[in-house]
Ligand binder design. Structure first.
Ligand code: C2E
Ligand code: MG
Ligand code: MG
Ligand code: MG
Length: 296
């Protein structure tokens, strides 16, 4: 680590030397600390899933949720995915972590179905590294069998970046997952560089507009252009478009008017633990969602 830091500091110029080296060490040490804590977290049951509702834009009905991992460290408290997912990806821990997440989400789907809370699509984030492993389909098959989850109600969110270098193997993997009955969604859409020709051939059924393009709608012209283009692409290719990060009634109205099928965001609900989600779902009034448009 020290060598890399010195090299970096020299590259950055002599004047930065004093400042740069300690800074690098602190960051490297923090990362290592986080990595070790995360390794233990998986074994010690410090991880949990929260579920954020997804609603139909036209009638406000609840259609499903996205499972989002949460980490409650005994001393550090709540650690957010933005802090530990990159560490998990760099260290390879994302593979056992991702399997834990998928297993937990599948168990939840099966439990909700048994409890009569059926018809809910449970979306699970899959990291690029996880998806690109040769045994991914095998792991999914095993977890479905083990948990008794119905693949018809499990959706895999694969980031656009995971498909950056398309290969026959990855394409066939998507086809195999689709044949198993799973729904496939392209997450963080607009942040990568998918070729449109390739997108057309992908066996996916949904596009998720990244929150970064929703945040400044409808005022920001560039974001509006990206969101509009995604919606018309979805329409042309027969893909359902989901918007995430919807916080304002104006954003909801703008997206709905342009044919966005589904909404997810703080305007409707935050991610919640499973029991709270079930209570939220039972109390949910679709008509109240329409009222948001009327008042906004
Ligand atoms: P993502 O998959 O794009 O998930 C959406 C993120 O937007 C979530 O953040 C969610 O809480 C947040 N969000 C939803 N609506 C709003 C809103 O209205 N306003 C704001 N400010 N935020 C909103 P979260 O849970 O912190 O996760 C961040 C990212 O970490 C996720 O982005 C995903 O890339 C990754 N992640 C989370 N859980 C998992 C997981 O289980 N596995 C993997 N591989 N990645 C995960
Ligand atoms: Mg996601
Ligand atoms: Mg996303
Ligand atoms: Mg995102």
């Amino acid at each position: 680590h020290a060598d890399t830091a010195m090299y970096g500091a020299k590259e950055a110029g002599r004047n930065n030397f004093q400042f740069f080296v300690p800074e690098m060490n602190v960051r490297a040490r923090e990362r290592l600390m986080l990595e070790n804590a995360l390794r233990r977290a998986i074994e010690r049951d410090e991880l949990s899933l929260h579920y954020q509702p997804q609603l139909r834009a036209d009638d406000g009905r609840l259609t499903g949720c996205e499972a989002l991992v949460r980490w409650l460290h005994p001393e550090m408290g709540a650690v957010m995915p933005a802090q530990f997912i990159p560490v998990a990806e760099d260290s390879g821990l994302i593979v056992p972590l991702g399997e834990w997440v998928l297993r937990q989400a599948c168990r939840q789907q099966a439990a909700w179905a048994r409890a009569g809370l059926g018809g809910l699509m449970v979306a699970v984030n899959i990291s690029a590294l996880q998806f690109r492993r040769a045994d991914f389909t095998g792991a999914v098959t095993r977890i479905l069998a083990e948990t008794g989850a119905d693949p018809a109600w499990i959706e895999l969110e694969i980031t656009e970046s995971a498909l950056m270098q398309p290969s026959t193997e990855l394409h066939e993997r998507l086809v195999a997952l689709g044949r198993m009955g799973l729904t496939l969604a392209l997450d963080d859409f607009g942040t990568g560089y998918s070729s449109l020709a390739y997108l057309k051939r992908l066996p996916i059924s949904r596009l998720k507009i990244d929150r970064s393009f929703v945040k400044d709608l409808p005022g920001d012209q560039e974001d509006a252009a990206v969101a509009s283009a995604t919606l018309s692409l979805g329409r042309d290719l027969g893909l359902e478009v989901v918007a995430e990060g919807v916080e304002q009634p104006e954003q909801f109205a703008w997206l709905q008017a342009r044919g966005c099928a589904k909404m997810q965001g703080y305007l409707f609900a935050r991610p919640m633990p499973a029991d709270e989600f079930a209570r939220w779902a039972a109390a949910h009034d679709p008509a109240a969602v329409g009222m948001l448009l009327a008042t906004g």
